[in-house]
Design a protein around this ligand. Structure first.
Ligand SMILES: NC(=O)c1ccc[n+]([C@@H]2O[C@H](COP(=O)([O-])OP(=O)(O)OC[C@H]3O[C@@H](n4cnc5c(N)ncnc54)[C@H](O)[C@@H]3O)[C@@H](O)[C@H]2O)c1
Length: 334
């Protein structure tokens, strides 16, 4: 059994990961300021500490009382349009805050670190599917903060003997029985479509249908949130030699926006009002990842990541929680 400190464990991906850690018998200590997460998403059995992971003195106080074996770092500012308008806030929160956090961890001898990076580190891909060696050229400050923190962690691995895994997520999606996606504001395609299906939004907007793809709309790689979480468990179970490794978490298969709309219509049985808008700046035509390295080196398998299963799970969760986590129930706040 390991004790894992999970920053952002009240968020969408982090809370699913906490569930899987607990199911495998690990102890889970969550640090989350609840800025975008929900106390009631933290599974029972995990210990929730409501604080900013960049608060050095509070995190040090926590570390003095908990013996941490590994850190899973999910917490971040992640709204891409905001990162374009306000890069300073992103560098401060995602990079400066994170470096302070690493410096607090160091004297406590915590050397195993798993970081939620992003497809945004690549920018416009040079070839498809994207493998980890492609050039990194972020087109927004969010992606730049992820890439810079990867670089920082690489130096920690070299100099301090840390064992670091960076996972570059593509589109996290879907739900488990307990945990679903509830971001405010919501910007992700599947929850937006489901809100439209339930009449919470009057229509759904497609940004551009003149891309060089099979129906002109953008192609993205959708991965079930439980498959993303399970990659973290694979990282925890692997050898603990010093070093830095980065892995894509994708399926290698992409769907167009129109295909996602059609699948949502099939699953929900609702016909959606879809309106076409001009392209948005900074949207690559196709983002699709090769998971070959993750499969080969960490023995990862995608189990629930086909589009129909993803949408069905998200729809079932939405029907059970039409207002998301609007009425929070706190499991345990330390
Ligand atoms: N969801 C995706 O499709 C996706 C894709 C690529 C990368 N990622 C990355 O994965 C991670 C998790 O994403 P998510 O969708 O679960 O996001 P989320 O917003 O649901 O979760 C983030 C959690 O971090 C917490 N948090 C934010 N700043 C904090 C701080 N300073 N101190 C303590 N807690 C803080 C929030 O309250 C929230 O609970 C993020 O790092 C994100 O950049 C997500």
């Amino acid at each position: 059994m390991e004790t894992v400190l999970v920053t952002g464990g009240a968020g969408y991906v982090g809370s699913v990961c906490c569930r899987q850690l607990l199911d495998q018998g690990h102890k889970v200590v969550v640090v989350d300021d609840l800025s975008t997460g929900h106390a009631s998403a933290v599974p029972e059995g995990a210990e929730l500490h409501q604080l900013d992971y960049a608060d050095r003195s509070e995190v040090a106080r926590l570390l003095r009382h908990a013996s941490i074996d590994a850190v899973f770092h999910f917490a971040a500012q992640a709204l891409i349009p905001e990162s374009v308008l306000n890069p300073g806030r992103f560098f401060d929160a995602n990079l400066a805050g994170a470096i302070g956090f690493l410096e607090v961890l160091r004297p406590f001898g915590v050397k195993r670190f798993v970081f939620s990076s992003s497809a945004a580190v690549y920018g416009d891909p040079q070839s498809l599917p994207i493998d980890e060696d492609q050039p990194k050229s972020p087109v927004n400050s969010y992606g730049e903060t992820k890439l810079m923190l990867e670089r920082v962690l690489d130096w920690y691995a070299r100099a301090y003997g840390w064992n670091v895994v960076a996972f570059r997520y593509f589109n996290a999606s879907g739900a488990t029985e307990e945990i679903g996606e509830d971001h405010q504001p919501e910007t992700h395609i599947i929850p937006l479509l489901l809100e439209t299906a339930l009449g919470e939004r009057p229509y759904f907007e497609i940004y551009g249908d003149d891309y060089p793809t099979r129906d002109g709309t953008c192609i993205r790689d959708y991965v079930h949130v439980a498959d993303i979480a399970s990659a973290h468990l694979c990282a925890l179970n692997r050898a603990t030699d010093a070093g830095f490794s980065a892995y894509n978490i994708g399926t290698g298969k992409g769907y167009t926006v129109r295909e996602v709309v059609e699948e949502v219509e099939r699953v929900t049985g609702k016909s959606l009002d879809v309106r076409l808008r001009p392209r948005r700046a900074g949207d690559p035509a196709v983002l699709c990842a090769s998971p070959a390295k993750l499969v080969r080196e960490l023995d990862w398998q995608a189990r629930g990541s086909n589009l129909e299963a993803i949408i069905r799970s998200a729809w079932e969760w939405k029907l059970k929680h039409p207002e998301g986590y609007a009425a929070p129930q706190v499991n345990s706040v330390a």
